[in-house]
Design a protein around this ligand. Structure first.
Ligand code: GSH
Length: 280
């Protein structure tokens, strides 16, 4: 397998590393980051938390700003941070920050010109875990989490694949993309005008139909600029309540949309995932 190590930094007795590889699903070269805690050795494999970032991010934002390595090293959990879209020359893009590169929305695009590369759903659900599990000292126990567009990605991917993940959590997720400006713009482009096709990637719609529960935690800052227009966690909460889904949504007073918020609660999310990863 053609995979290139781009950087490595020791961190809390483990290693943060960046890699480039060719993604056959995305039809381009991709970069991802992995944090391997000290417990991950040739003789000992550890579970993995996949972190999906938000609009404009790469593999670097979470690893540099969230401060998750210390707790991952304590708990013995690896963290994988993929990029947020396909990249490179020849990959379709848009001048807006909320469409195209940096804004893949974790869907499989069906519309031209996006469909040639924008297959982020398949990349995150199968191609990347297959690669991680074949090359690194990790188990097939997975948790998934994310922020904003990545919170939408984590929730929809977990709700669609409850057998593949032990738990899911999100910070400030886009909860009902079919009915907010960010989601409507991206889904129209990637999936076309037929709103029926959007439902398969909408956490509120998927929640209504969920038949298999998995532990789910959402944190949302009350001072988030995007709360009422884009994120709308109240809709996800009522969908979950309707079917008795084990979702905890916490409104955190005074916090905004930034990584300062994520850094404040990432330890609680890591401990939440550790508890469920260890059950299996
Ligand atoms: N650029 C946009 C918002 C982009 C944004 O807030 N991105 C979030 C995810 S939705 C992020 O994580 N940004 C990168 C960072 O803070 O490191 C704006 O200013 O309105």
């Amino acid at each position: 397998m053609n995979i290139e190590n781009l950087s490595q930094n020791k961190s809390f007795d483990g290693w943060h590393k960046q890699y480039r590889h060719h993604s056959s699903r995305l039809n381009c070269d991709m970069r991802f980051a992995i944090y391997l805690p000290p417990q991950a050795t040739a003789d000992n494999i550890v579970p993995v938390l996949y972190w999906l970032s938000g609009l404009t991010c790469t593999d670097e934002n979470f690893m540099q700003k969230a401060g998750a390595q210390k707790i991952a090293a304590e708990l013995g959990i690896a963290i994988v941070a993929p990029d947020t879209s396909p990249r490179g020359e020849g990959v379709a893009d848009d001048s807006g920050y909320d469409l195209g590169m940096g804004a893949g929305f974790y869907v499989n695009a069906t519309e031209a010109p996006w469909r040639d590369h924008y297959q982020m759903y398949d990349y995150i659900v199968t191609e990347l875990p297959d690669l991680i599990e074949s090359l690194f000292p990790v188990t097939t126990q997975r948790a998934i989490a994310g922020h904003s567009m990545g919170g939408h990605g984590a929730l929809t991917i977990a709700l669609k694949n409850p057998d593949r993940y032990c738990s899911v959590s999100a910070f400030s997720p886009i909860c009902n993309p079919s009915n907010c400006p960010w989601g409507e713009k991206a889904f129209s482009a990637y999936l076309g005008k037929d709103r029926e096709a959007w439902k398969q990637y909408d956490a509120c719609e998927l929640m209504e139909q969920a038949t298999q529960p998995l532990p789910a935690l959402v944190d949302q800052g009350s001072a988030d600029n995007f709360l009422t227009e884009q994120l709308m966690p109240d809709r996800l909460e009522s969908a979950a309540r309707h079917i008795n889904f084990p979702l905890e949504i916490r409104i955190q007073e005074g916090y905004d949309h930034s990584y300062y918020f994520i850094a404040s609660f990432i330890e609680e999310h890591m401990r939440f995932h550790a508890q469920h990863l260890c059950e299996h």
